[in-house]
Unconditional design. Structure first.
Length: 804
């Protein structure tokens, strides 16, 4: 280290990762041989030791062998790379470089130049022992012997990491500016040399598309001559700017705001043209659209200017044309010439102009009058315009003619009133029709209850075959009349949009099987086969409206048997193509239905091409409405001579919820019923026939019912004893069924209370349940429904537990 004693400390160097840079050879000079050194350097005298110490603190110096091995280094040099001096001695200098650069061509060139005695300066990236990069500017001084052979190399190093970092940041900023700037470089002959990505983005082109392309080819053909004149001025050295049209690849015109800057060489000759551009297409289109809008507004809008006092200063053509004036007829006159006399003299009108003079914006719809006195309705605004002093300088009126719209609104109001009146009339007629049908249903059902009820009671006894046949015919006729009434009521509810659908669990397969069983006797009487098939995968318990599904199937099976004379009818259940759907096919081997008849098959009161078979012609209409009301469909596939197939598709998803147990219906009265379901029964009805039917019905089942003629008598019966089951008619004198249940609930009377009514409308059923009844029975009363009521009353009474 004696030869490095004069080398001082280096400045602190940082660790910074920087991109690789090529080694730059800044300067080369003749070699320093020993003789030259001896003659050039003065002797060091003791007085110079302080100077040498200062140099030692300021410099980073190392001495290298011709092979690049570090022979000596001062502390500054060692700290520069994160080593101690002892760790560096004997280490190859190339070990301080990144591995990829240790045998690089640049390093080889460096040592070849040093071997020839050339003094060099270079910048390179090195690695610190503790990690990280450090950028070094190195100055290399070869020392030659008398024969011109390299004996050692003196390296002076300086940490330039911060400088490189600053340069890198500057380069990044420059690149960012270049990326964000739209610049095109063109030769004086018009050849495109280069284009920044931003310029390419503006034109919608790629770099390859611009290669071998003349700048003039980017311009519309009709503008190239104009641009040739611009190019001549550029070649004279003039800078030009403006807005110019360029072409996108598809021929779309793009507006570019550009500055053309000629670039000269040292002789002053223009060697390139730089085009600095900005995309102006959006702005240009917006400006054009605004101009067009202004012109359109001028053509379609009424515009007039007034002084703050209301004097007319000018008006556009549209304003003049709608009011029938000429410009000279209105300028200088007051706004009140367009206003009715009573309005112009009103305080409201004076306040209107006072507000405008105070700078208050006014808008609305106004009735004005043209030159002939014809009313004109306008929708517009009065806009105060202020001068620099903040005073209202003028009033600008912008308006639209809404006379036709106003007339249309008046017509619409009148038409709305007429439609409202017609709707009210239609609703009143519908209510009257529904009320009439409900009354007729009630009036017909009441005697039917007695007819069918008594006939069924007679059928329970011992009859001769002719007598039994006559009674069964009587029951069939009564039930047929009941079907007609039900269809009319259903159709009325569908027309009124009052049909409601349930969504509850029920046993689909059992329900359809029961319907088929009911029709078996009719099929056998006609010599027909009635079959029931269930395909794999059909769920037993589904969610849906059980009553509507049964009604649809009943209608279809009944029609099939009615119109089939030989062969048979097959009812088939199968899974639908959609998850959760079920399809029900009813196929018959009848004569079929013609194509023409199928077109009106589902219309109300139609019986296809086979009239005279009875019925209202509403069954299929109601069935289709029910199917569609539940979200499904009903369709017919038929050919004359090949029978017919009616297919119902319904969303009936399977469910794990238990279906309510339903008694299958009783074909005959069972005298032991009262033993199985011991109940005290009260029958309340003002109609003697209905009381007789109900009383005989329950006595046949082994009960001893108590009867009452109205609600008041029923309450008196409750005073002496409780009843497990009360069957109460709604329409009774003295006290009706609704008043009775209200009083019963007030008195907290126990027992299962059932309303019995010939009014089968849904509103009535809901009102009964809300009033406090547990269930509702429709007259004529079906035995199967009586069975349900008995089971429910028995479970409610608590006797079920005692019987067990």
């Amino acid at each position: 280290m004696a030869r490095c004693a004069t080398i001082g400390k280096a400045a602190r160097c940082g660790n910074a990762a920087r991109p690789d840079c090529d080694v730059r050879y800044v300067r080369a000079s003749s070699a320093l041989n020993p003789a030259t050194v001896r003659t050039k350097l003065p002797r060091v005298v003791p007085e110079d030791h302080e100077l040498l110490a200062a140099l030692d603190e300021a410099l980073c110096v190392a001495e290298l062998t011709p092979e690049g091995t570090i022979m000596a280094a001062n502390e500054n040099y060692a700290r520069l790379f994160g080593y101690s001096t002892s760790q560096l001695i004997g280490r190859s200098r190339s070990a301080l470089l990144p591995f990829s650069e240790r045998r690089s061509p640049e390093q080889a060139a460096l040592w070849r130049s040093l071997a020839r005695g050339q003094r060099l300066e270079t910048e390179f990236r090195a690695m610190r022992r503790t990690g990280g990069d450090v950028w070094i500017r190195g100055s290399y001084h070869p020392v030659m012997d008398a024969n011109g052979t390299l004996t050692r190399v003196i390296e002076l190093a300086r940490n330039i990491t911060d400088k490189v970092a600053a340069l890198y940041d500057l380069q990044e900023r420059l690149r960012a500016v270049q990326r964000s700037s739209a610049i095109l470089v063109v030769t004086p002959d018009g050849d495109i040399v280069s284009a920044t990505p931003k310029f390419l983005e503006i034109l919608g082109r790629t770099e390859s598309e611009l290669s071998d392309t003349l700048y003039a080819e980017l311009l519309p053909e009709q503008r190239r001559f104009e641009h040739a004149e611009l190019w001549e001025r550029l070649l004279d050295g003039n800078t030009e700017d403006g807005e110019f049209v360029h072409l996108a690849p598809d021929g779309t015109e793009l507006w570019v705001r550009a500055t053309y800057c000629p670039t000269r060489d040292s002789t002053g000759r223009v060697v390139a043209i730089e085009v600095h551009a900005q995309d102006a297409t959006t702005e240009k289109r917006a400006t054009t659209a605004l101009d067009q809008l202004g012109k359109a507004l001028e053509r379609s809008t009424y515009i007039a200017e007034f002084s703050p006092q209301g004097t007319i200063q000018r008006a556009n053509r549209r304003f003049l044309s709608i009011l029938g004036y000429g410009q000279g007829e209105i300028v200088g006159r007051h706004h009140e010439i367009f206003v009715a006399e009573e309005e112009s003299e009103s305080a409201k009108y004076r306040q209107f102009w006072d507000n405008l003079r105070q700078g208050v914006f006014q808008a609305g719809e106004f009735e004005r009058f043209d030159k002939r006195g014809k009313p004109v309705w306008i929708r517009g605004s009065y806009n105060p315009v202020f001068n620099l002093a903040g005073e209202v300088e003028k009033i600008v009126k912008v308006a639209f003619d809404v006379t036709a719209q106003k007339q249309a609104e008046e017509d619409l109001k009148r038409r709305t009133v007429e439609l409202e009146h017609a709707r009210n009339s239609a609703e009143e007629a519908a209510r009257a029709k529904s009320s009439f049908l409900a009354r007729m249903s009630h009036e017909i059902r009441t005697p039917l209850n007695g007819v069918i009820g008594l006939a069924n009671l007679v059928l329970q006894g011992q009859l001769e075959p002719p007598q039994r046949e006559q009674m069964e015919t009587l029951v069939d006729c009564g039930e047929g009349l009941l079907d007609v009434i039900n269809e009319l009521l259903d159709f009325s509810k569908l027309e009124a949009g009052k049909m409601e659908y349930e969504h509850a669990p029920f046993r689909l397969i059992d329900s359809v099987r029961q319907i088929v069983a009911v029709f078996q006797a009719r099929a056998e009487s006609k010599g027909l086969v009635l079959a029931f098939e269930v395909a794999d995968g059909v769920p037993d318990v589904v969610m849906g409206d059980a009553a509507r599904v049964r009604q649809i199937v009943t209608n279809l099976v009944g029609n099939a048997l009615k119109f089939c004379e030989e062969g048979g009818v097959t009812v088939r259940l199968r899974r639908g193509y959609q998850v959760g759907w079920t399809e029900i096919d009813v196929h018959d081997t009848g004569v079929g239905i013609s194509t023409a008849a199928q077109e009106t098959l589902f219309e109300a009161f139609q019986q296809g091409d086979r009239p005279g078979r009875g019925g209202t012609g509403l069954g299929l209409t109601i069935s289709k409405e029910f199917a569609e009301g539940m979200g499904g469909s009903l369709a017919c596939d038929s050919k004359v001579g090949s029978g017919s197939t009616f297919t119902v598709k319904l969303p009936l998803p399977a469910t794990e919820e238990p279906a309510p147990a339903r008694p299958s219906g009783w074909r005959k009265l069972d005298p032991t019923t009262a033993e199985r379901y011991p109940l005290s029964v009260l029958i309340v009805d003002d109609n003697a026939v209905n009381r007789l039917v109900a009383e005989r019905l329950f006595r046949r089942m082994g009960y001893s019912p108590v009867v009452a003629q109205n609600g008041q008598e029923a309450l008196a019966q409750f005073e002496s004893r409780p009843f497990d089951l009360s069957l109460v008619d709604l329409n009774m004198p003295v006290m009706g069924g609704m008043d009775f249940v209200a009083e019963a609930r007030r008195r907290e009377l126990s027992g299962w209370m059932v309303a019995c009514t010939a009014d089968v409308l849904e509103e009535t059923r809901r009102a009964c349940l809300e009033a406090g009844y547990h269930a509702v029975l429709a007259k004529p009363i079906e035995l199967s429904r009586v069975a349900e009521v008995l089971v429910d009353a028995f479970q409610h009474s608590g006797a079920a537990g005692e019987a067990a």
